[in-house]
Design a protein around this ligand. Structure first.
Ligand code: ITT
Length: 201
């Protein structure tokens, strides 16, 4: 089986997060026929792994096996140095069942204050996994972007923790950036560049 992705191939984007789905679609740039896990009615597997790569692979394998299509999955999150890398793989879970990211960002702020650390550095990680159906091969890559956390949150663009993340060297949070600007430097874009090198170019 070839580990190259042929342009025009039908692939399933194994995410139920609309913010991620939008960014992944922009990165895929119309190279593929992309269908979403939600549109195929695929269920969300439980994220039982302790690493971004492990969870991305688990999601890609579940979607590939359920759909019979090549699947692309994303597992990502925010890590604060003062919190020893939390919320990390639990980033979505810190927002609770209602996916309340105002609450999750306030929780990050409170936990950092409680830690009594002055360190506001943080990073986003994105693991992308592509899996072929029926127990076929899989590829997992990871990208990161470093920055600082700022409070109160700034900007209403993006999704999740974007309004508290100021990427190094820039004066605007991800929440204040147009999508194309974030897509040029984000953890997701960096992971995607590695995927492209492995599977596309
Ligand atoms: P899927 O599993 O269906 O893809 P999810 O939202 O549950 O959706 P994750 O388990 O990977 O995805 O959770 C990652 C969380 O980390 C996500 O919900 C966001 O809140 C946050 N996150 C990841 N990438 C982000 C980004 O680019 N900007 C802001 N927050 C991000």
């Amino acid at each position: 089986m070839s580990l190259r992705l042929t342009p025009g191939a039908r692939i399933v984007a194994a995410t139920h997060n609309p913010g991620k789905a939008r960014e992944l679609a922009a990165l895929l740039e119309g190279r593929f026929e992309v269908v979403t896990a939600a549109s195929l009615g695929l269920s969300e597997p439980e994220e039982t792994e302790q690493t971004f790569g492990g969870n991305a692979l688990l999601k890609a394998r579940a979607a590939a096996d359920a759909s019979g299509l090549i699947a692309l999955a994303d597992d990502s999150g925010l890590s604060a140095t003062a919190l020893d890398g939390a919320p990390g793989v639990y980033s979505a879970r810190w927002a609770g069942p209602g996916k309340d990211f105002a609450h999750a960002m306030a929780l990050v702020e409170r936990r950092i204050a409680e830690s009594e650390s002055d360190d506001r550095s943080a990073w986003f990680t994105c693991a992308l996994a592509v899996a072929w159906p029926q127990g076929g091969p899989a590829v997992v890559v990871e990208g990161r972007v470093e920055g600082m956390l700022i409070f109160p949150p700034r900007g209403g663009k993006g999704f999740g923790y974007d309004p508290i993340f100021l990427p190094d060297g820039l004066g605007r949070t991800f929440g204040e950036m147009e999508e194309a600007e974030k897509d040029a430097l984000s953890h997701r874009a960096r992971a995607f560049a590695k995927l492209k090198a492995a599977l596309l170019d």
